[in-house]
Design a protein around this ligand. Structure first.
Ligand code: NIG
Ligand code: FE
Length: 405
């Protein structure tokens, strides 16, 4: 697509290069150009500048008077491929059962896995595509998608093949993550070692061999997988060239952040429960902290302490965690609102967490995540707005006028 955007009230999130993630004070720095133009050629940002320098071009143009133009959000943590809703489990929770109790009774991830097992690959794809299209309309311009509702070789590969077809057909960049160690299947109860062998020595070599995954993940949590499993998964990932992006500290803290960051994980995600050692470990590493405020809202658990992370000079990304159990929403506009009202981030810090920093958390920083010449013109054009703060201010609403992909 070729298009000239004119009279942009504010062009938000400009960068010169994408060499370094934003942390500490820089997390709150957003470069803005008032009254700007942008030239999009062959789907890429070709140039931008003040309206006074706007070139005369024979291409379609679009007037953005009163509106902001921003890079689309980058959703660096989702479980967008799944079989069905688990709204029944929400009812159970509203009748007093906890997320963990439901899981222990065979609900939760195992519930999703048994539903996925009987679903055709085509149906899984069709449903996932509809969810992806909805996410794009809400402003998501790049996305990471995990497996983890298969838990057998066949079904994990089925999920990853669905993600591969989405990659081939989607208008936005997609990264895929192998999450075989998401929950222990019932038939492996008391045989966790055997399941870990299956994940690392049988599933992973086949998946990596077919190029079906970009990253590896594990749900490291009390009642799920422990530090030994975490080590095993990260080492196995290393052996096959897959960096780790891991679920840690959702309900408890027992050293997973330290181990993952010391072992070079790209990101540690969730972090609702943190202790001093966790902060120290992250501050001394290159690992990106990822908060998932939609999960906190839905499960009514603590929010990732975003304010503290930023104050401790740790780079923060924010993603949706879109999944049928703990976050049935891909709405990053709402996540933006929660980041400000519940995690005490400034609009600028939250914006960087959802765009620029999140692009690093899925290694997409050279094509998405900011307004930069040569990057993809995946853009949000807002409704008429005063400034960036209008997005978190109108929380639960949408300030998106349209998106360009
Ligand atoms: O990120 N915590 C582990 N995995 C997902 C939820 C999985 C589910 O409940 O289906 C999460 O919250
Ligand atoms: Fe998750």
């Amino acid at each position: 697509m070729n298009l000239l955007l004119k009279n942009i009230k504010q062009l938000v999130g400009i960068t010169d290069n994408s060499e370094a993630i934003k942390k500490g004070k820089a997390q709150g720095e957003v470069k803005i150009l008032d009254n700007a133009y942008m030239v999009i050629r062959h789907d890429l940002i070709e140039s931008f500048g003040p309206m006074s320098d706007c070139p005369e071009l024979s291409m379609d143009s679009h007037d953005c008077s009163g509106r902001l133009v921003l890079p689309m959000y980058v959703d660096s943590h989702t479980h967008l491929v799944f079989a069905e809703s688990r709204s029944g489990e929400m009812n159970q929770r509203l009748h007093g059962k906890s997320y963990q109790e439901i899981a222990e009774a065979g609900g939760g991830i195992l519930n999703s896995a048994s539903k996925l097992h009987t679903m055709s690959e085509q149906q899984l794809y069709d449903d996932a595509l509809a969810r992806l299209e909805s996410a794009i309309k809400q402003g998501t311009g790049a996305i990471e998608i995990k497996s983890g509702y298969g838990l057998t070789i066949e079904d994990e590969m089925k999920m990853l093949r669905v993600i591969r077809v989405l990659k081939q057909t989607s208008p936005i960049p997609i990264k895929s993550t192998f999450l075989g160690a998401h929950a222990l299947p019932a038939e492996f109860k008391k045989k966790k070692g055997a399941y870990m062998y299956l994940v690392t020595e049988e599933m992973l070599p086949r998946i990596a061999g077919e190029g079906l995954a970009d990253y590896i993940d594990i749900f490291c949590e009390t009642g799920y997988f422990d530090l030994d499993d975490l080590k095993q998964v990260i080492e196995a990932g290393d052996k096959h060239g897959l960096k780790a992006k891991v679920h840690v500290n959702q309900f408890s803290t027992f050293g997973a952040v330290k181990m993952a960051s010391e072992m070079g994980a790209l990101s540690v995600d969730h972090l609702e429960v943190m202790n001093d050692g966790d902060y120290t470990a992250l501050a001394n590493s290159n690992t990106i902290a990822t908060g998932l405020p939609l999960c906190s809202l839905f499960l009514d658990i603590p929010y990732t302490p975003g304010r503290q992370l930023i104050d401790k000079n740790i780079p923060l990304a924010i993603a949706s965690d879109f999944n049928p159990g703990s976050a049935p929403s891909s709405n990053l506009n709402l996540a933006f609102g929660l980041a400000c009202s519940q995690m005490n981030l400034t609009p600028e810090e939250a914006f960087n967490a959802l765009t620029y920093n999140a692009s690093f958390a899925m290694e997409g920083q050279h094509e998405v995540g900011s307004i930069q010449v040569g990057k993809k013109a995946n853009l949000i054009i807002t409704k008429p707005a005063n400034g960036l703060e209008d997005i978190p201010y109108w929380f639960g609403e949408s300030m998106i006028g349209s998106v360009i992909v």
